[in-house]
Design a protein around this ligand. Sequence first.
Ligand SMILES: Cc1cc2nc3c(=O)[nH]c(=O)nc-3n(C[C@H](O)[C@H](O)[C@H](O)COP(=O)(O)O)c2cc1C
Length: 398
Amino acid sequence: MRPEAFANVAAGAGNERTVAANRAAFDRWRIVPRMLRDVEQRDTSVELFGQRLPSPFLLAPVGVLELAHPEADCAVARAARDTGTGMVFSNQASRPMEGVSRILADTPHWFQLYWSRSDELVESLAGRAERCGCQAIVITLDTTMLGWRTRDLEGAFLPFLHGKGLAQYTSDPVFKRLITEVPPAPTEQQPRPSLAALRTLIELTRAYPDGFWRTLRSGGGRAAVQRFTEIYSRPSLTWETLAFLRERTELPILLKGILHPDDAARAVAEGMNGVIVSNHGGRQVDGSIATLEALPAIVEAVDERVPVLLDSGVRGGADIFKALALGARAVLIGRPYVYALGIAGRDGVRELLLNLAADFDLTMGLAGCRSVADIGPKSVMPAPGLELAAPAVAPQRL
Ligand SMILES: Cc1cc2nc3c(=O)[nH]c(=O)nc-3n(C[C@H](O)[C@H](O)[C@H](O)COP(=O)(O)O)c2cc1C
């Protein structure tokens, strides 16, 4: 990957304390293996919304995968299909959801939505997700504005401004209409274009799906980026807004970015079908609570009414085991599969998923559990001496 692309993926917000906290939270728990329980036959599968996953993890929605590999979302989807792993399509994907959904066929796939300023676009994206066979919609709540990402700021790099990660938009009929409403760029008093500006114009034009010369003449690439930056998210979003989508789709809706038990309880009360405990891999609020720290109180508040999932910092079978022991139904994996994609495309992601599944299976069996149902609060304990030093490790009321 190019240095600025790697920096964009690896980046956390601010001083990246939450990136570190996510990992540290896993290290504060220890697995307590049990013996003599006949673990020869094991079943690592879990059920989510009527579909069975072979292992309790899915691929988290990650935007702009073209930064890692030219086949982007398509390569990831092929690896997901190879292994039966569920995949969540990003709103900022590099490929339109319809084509990626065709690759996945029966393999579980969900669509992640950023709530745009245009309700019409929200409705259009959700409708497309439903029609192309996505089985759930994930609304990401924690990115109504992009976090303070120092690595991106240092490199002055924002992929969207180069037309990358806009495939769900440029393939959308409502968005295409919204582009035509963009006023043309003022022609007077424009400075002479620099070489960098020309390069960006070429990138924007290439990124737009209408063909290079047509797009160059129409200015579609530039207009798409301009429209996108105007409407991509809605910081004024409130709980009341969610009813708009609840009334328009039969699909299960999950809220991603939940970190407080009261928000989790409210999600259930508003008719949501699941919550994802996430801090966006530490990319939004530097210093925010680690997801594994937040999990127990959220599980208690939700009280088994809907599934609770978790992401941010999951890096191996033991992490998955710990999250399940503390009440998560499944976890999502982010950066590791982007790196695997960058290294070896579809094969890289498939290897990662197979390795992760094997690691989890062995951890589960060696801990004395035959299935995920055997994994529970007694399967783990806080690391000795840390209970008092780090109060957040124990289930707590916030
Ligand atoms: C490069 C990158 C792009 C991401 N893009 C999105 C996105 O488009 N939508 C979203 O809901 N989350 C996005 N996320 C967050 C992931 O879905 C997930 O919450 C996070 O990566 C999990 O943490 P981990 O990377 O430590 O596993 C992105 C994360 C990264 C690293």
